[in-house]
Design a protein around this ligand. Sequence first.
Ligand code: ZN
Length: 522
Amino acid sequence: MIILSPPMTAPPHRSPASSSTADLFAAACGHARRTAVLGSVESLLGWDEQTMLPRAGGPHRADQATAMAAVVHGLRTDPTQAERLAALAASPMATRGTPQERAALRLLKHDADKQSRLPVRLVEELARAAVEAQQAWVEARASSTWSALRPHLVRMFALKREQAACQRPDLDPYDALLDDYEPGARWQRLAEQFAPLRAAVVDLVGECGTAIRRPDESILTERLYPVESQRDFVREVAGRIGFDFGRGRLDTTEHPFCTTLGPDDCRITTRWNERSLPTALFGVLHEAGHGLYEQGLSREWYGLPPGEAASLGIHESQSRLWENLVGRSRPFWEWCFPLARKAFPAALDDVDVDRFREALLAVRPSFIRVEADEVTYNLHVLLRFDLERAVVHGDLAVDDLPAAWNDRFERDFGMRPPDDAHGVLQDIHWSAGLIGYFPTYTLGNLFAAQLMEAARRAVPDFDDQMAAGRFVDLLEWLRREVHAFGRTLESEPLVERATGGCVSGDWLVRSLRDRYGPAYGL
Ligand code: ZN
């Protein structure tokens, strides 16, 4: 059960012209918060669908999701709210308010204008298509049957193109979709940032592949790590880095994610594999990193842009920073390895911290993105970025996706997926209508590497603190430099302000070389 606060009442009907600016602003914020509360009910339906829903409950869930989407869309396009925002945009607050007030006004108006350009019929169709496609995806992936998903993706890409044209007719259609996840980002700039990264990663993967020395990852993937022990272990690690279990939960799912159902209710999820410790451990470090960001956003501004995440790229920078830059570091394991040994005595009895930590740096091209190592991960993402863009731009037919996927995969990884479950069917994103989402993963890696270098400069005794299991100074730096800004800055200015450097892939390439080179004797 979710407690609705503030109570769900109709927005006050008051003539904007007769209200003072402060009253108008309070009314606009109240409306936005009520909308956010209803949006969080939609999120709750989504969380339940991914963790608990029995298969037969799918059709009714589609009805629920469709009904909620229409209600939320109604609130987001409420004409009274639009009048308030228009009046506020012309008020002195728009230029002389606090930075939070100005950002709240500007972004509420921007969002409302964008929403109002979407017909309610399209919003409902998108919600229904997403639920139906995701149900089909589960079956299609399990049986590796492309034909079971194909019609759903044809419909979804068509709906998304329609959405792009309605929502941002001024933008390239792919940029219009991308803008939902990474405000201000444009695909051409991303393509420029990503091209040198792709080349550098392909080189590094090649060097690791032919290196004489290589980490022994079998200790992580071929020994028995009982799931019950994993549950306790990953909970302890997530709690130590700062995830507040009093304001969040960890549950089991097929495709791990983090979602926030309210300022004090952040849900992270994982899957378990008793033969692979990294699956849940790094999955949870990743999702807890998202959770730390959500738990660090302003409660005072809940439901309003200063209390919202800046972008998905920034979100992903937080998860990747904890997963890879903290969780695969030597100092982290100085603290954590004794805990791991205690949790899994049979598996780790004959292993020392150095051998264990090197095993975490294994680079091994594989078919599945969510199981990819840190180095090859970006190649998986860039493949999806290029393919989905080609479909949106009309340069590639949905029918040709499986073959295009396999060809590109073979070029970048030197191997061809044995079936579509290991290729085009592996991700939920396109079925869920999340088109334009993938590039934010790699952006997150760029931002994370850059933020981590700045944090290292700012926090004294950085490595000693980690080796003592102390992460509070790093978390506080992130709270101050990233979380506190909410959505008041777009991602690039936010990262540049926090780090004092221009955003580029150089930091990530350097970080990968610095950490993986020694493990491979490069
Ligand atoms: Zn993530």
